[in-house]
Design a protein around this ligand. Structure first.
Ligand SMILES: NC(=O)c1ccc[n+]([C@@H]2O[C@H](COP(=O)([O-])OP(=O)(O)OC[C@H]3O[C@@H](n4cnc5c(N)ncnc54)[C@H](OP(=O)(O)O)[C@@H]3O)[C@@H](O)[C@H]2O)c1
Length: 278
């Protein structure tokens, strides 16, 4: 049985479906998960990663674990120490393999490595996934695109190889189910760097209607972002969006290496998710 944390998120929701369709027994976990969130036949357990003991019922009889540590985890008291407790309980429940959804920022030195180190230092077979920015971050434009056919963003012409979260889920499914991924760290990106202006144009193409792009200054974007995220995270995000390093702009071959097919493009993601912008 495979335990999927973050099971209602961008990656976890697809991962649960992919594993269930492949015939795996799955336990889907999040703090607020409910029956309608999971496909028929999939077990769901409400638990909080920041309170390790709440995960015990999920781990009972499990063989593998997909682990996600969201911003809510650290904000809710989560830390590397708490994560080690989670992993100890997982091992006690039978888990032998863990796949961590980490971030490109750990490899580039923008994020602390302590959560990754809790996983790679545990007595478990591990795989670390380090994605760059998600295509689904463009849901931030959904309300203004729906209401005014308009999207506003800074750094209109700075390109990054954003990744389709469904590709992250497919790589995670492979690492959870197949041998040969233990001890590997995968850098996950899309197939090409794409600018915010190009992303908005692709959403317009998916809708069959033009979407107007308005470029924000860094200060305007910061003011909007600090309304719903800590200042330090807004600044770090703006640094990546505005002045990415060569490594952050580089397309990684790892999705294709693991899946045997190229990563999906932003345009493909927009076409599949056009309903969110209609
Ligand atoms: N977005 C990006 O550009 C980007 C780039 C690199 C890495 N990442 C990493 O990707 C992860 C986010 O993945 P995502 O977009 O698939 O997730 P998401 O859509 O943000 O959803 C978060 C999921 O985690 C659950 N969750 C949050 N806090 C929890 C807790 N304390 N205990 C148990 N479950 C909890 C949420 O459900 P409940 O609310 O019901 O608990 C939900 O299922 C983060 O770790 C982030 O650092 C993101």
């Amino acid at each position: 049985m495979i335990v999927v944390t973050g099971a209602t998120g961008n990656v976890g929701r697809t991962l649960v479906r992919t594993l269930a369709e492949a015939g795996e027994r799955v336990t889907a976990v999040s703090r607020r998960i409910a029956g309608p969130d999971v496909p028929e036949g999939v077990r769901h357990v409400r638990a909080d990663l920041a309170r390790p003991e709440s995960l015990k019922p999920a781990f009972d009889g499990a063989s593998a674990l997909f682990l996600l540590t969201s911003g809510d985890f650290t904000a809710g008291g989560g830390s590397a120490t708490v994560l080690r407790d989670v992993l100890d309980l997982a091992r006690a429940g039978g888990v032998g393999r863990v796949v961590l959804l980490s971030s490109q920022g750990v490899g580039t030195g923008r994020h602390k490595p302590d959560l990754e180190e809790a996983v790679t230092g545990a007595d478990l077979e591990w795989t670390v996934l380090r994605p760059g920015g998600f295509a689904s971050n463009s849901y931030a434009w959904a309300a203004t695109i729906r209401e005014q056919r308009l999207a506003a963003a800074p750094f209109a012409d700075v390109a990054l190889p954003v990744i389709d979260p469904d590709d992250i889920a497919e790589v995670a499914a492979a690492a959870l189910r197949e041998a040969g991924h233990g001890g590997r760290t995968y850098a996950l990106t899309g197939p090409a760097a794409v600018t915010p202006r190009q992303q908005v144009a692709a959403i317009g193409d998916a809708l069959g209607e033009p979407v107007r792009f308005v470029e924000l200054s860094r200060a305007e974007a910061r003011a909007a972002m600090t309304g719903f995220m800590p200042e330090v995270i807004a600044d770090a995000t703006l640094d990546i969006l505005g002045e990415p390093t060569a490594e952050e702009q580089r397309v990684s071959p790892d999705v294709e290496r693991v899946l045997g097919r190229p990563a999906g493009s932003f345009a493909d993601w927009a076409a599949r998710n056009a309903a969110a912008f209609e």
